[in-house]
Write a protein that binds this ligand. Structure first.
Ligand code: GLP
Length: 238
């Protein structure tokens, strides 16, 4: 696992977006995995700028998103499909048929998980962007004794519901379930870049950097089992 210690969120966005820009230049039909949350917004802004200036094109890129809440309509800004459209997809030349965001429809969720994993296996993922929750969750793989090799429906922890309630009017509006790529699905990516910014992520970054061990109650630590992970953070110093 490689750590890059940045000065501020702007530098995290700059370094991470450059990795994606270089990867797209290198392979214009690259398969990406993308994340939601406030952390990647600035990085997506830089990808949009790069696309608008003609430096890179997304026309042959394929994307998979990590996760989505169950039970939030697609028109709602808290739906991760709406988030991706607002923050990236609607501003770049990525064709509609090239992006995939997990369903938020509870009646389709189970079947979706199976089909999504098959598609990931068939197509492969070259480069995956991750954020991290304050409790160390990646995508929506929460701290637990057992983890999933495949895309799954999971229960969100009280802690995540509380932290993510900042995006909702009331905490009661936060969904309790989500569809998420499993730890195993994420591990299928050839290369992983994880970004974490700000003091709220400092305890998780500190633990990851100092403890260097794999603990299922701290899901991000499972990335130590992957051969090509880069963590870019301004939350702690070396
Ligand atoms: C959500 C997402 C995660 C994301 C996390 C951190 O829970 N499922 O994929 O990493 O939020 O979000 P933020 O970047 O807003 O701190």
């Amino acid at each position: 696992m490689k750590f890059i210690f940045a000065k501020n969120p702007e530098e995290v966005a700059q370094i991470s977006s450059q990795i994606f820009i270089d990867a797209i230049k290198d392979n214009p039909s690259i398969h990406l995995c993308l994340a939601t949350g406030s952390t990647p917004v600035e990085m997506y802004q830089k990808l949009i700028e790069s696309n608008k200036s003609g430096e890179i094109s997304f026309k042959d890129v394929q994307t998979f998103n990590l996760d989505n809440y169950i039970g939030i309509p697609v028109e709602d800004e808290n739906n991760y499909e709406a988030f991706m459209r607002d923050n990236l997809f609607d501003h770049i030349d990525l064709p509609k048929e090239n992006w995939r965001v997990p369903t938020s429809d509870k009646d389709r969720a189970e079947k979706f998980c199976e089909e999504y994993e098959e598609e990931i296996d068939k197509m492969g993922i070259d480069l995956c962007l991750l954020g991290v929750g304050e409790n160390g969750h990646i995508a929506f793989n929460e701290p637990a004794d057992k983890h999933f090799p495949y895309t799954q429906i999971i229960d969100l922890t009280e802690e995540t519901i509380e932290v993510n309630s900042r995006f909702f009017d009331n905490i009661e509006d936060v969904p309790t379930k989500a569809v998420t790529m499993g730890i195993g699905s994420i591990m299928k990516a050839k290369k992983i870049v994880l970004i974490a910014t700000g003091q709220k992520k400092a305890p998780a970054m500190e633990k990851l950097y100092r403890e260097v061990c794999v603990d299922p109650q701290f899901p991000i630590s499972m990335l130590y089992l992957h051969p090509d992970v880069t963590i870019i953070t301004d939350s702690i110093e070396a």
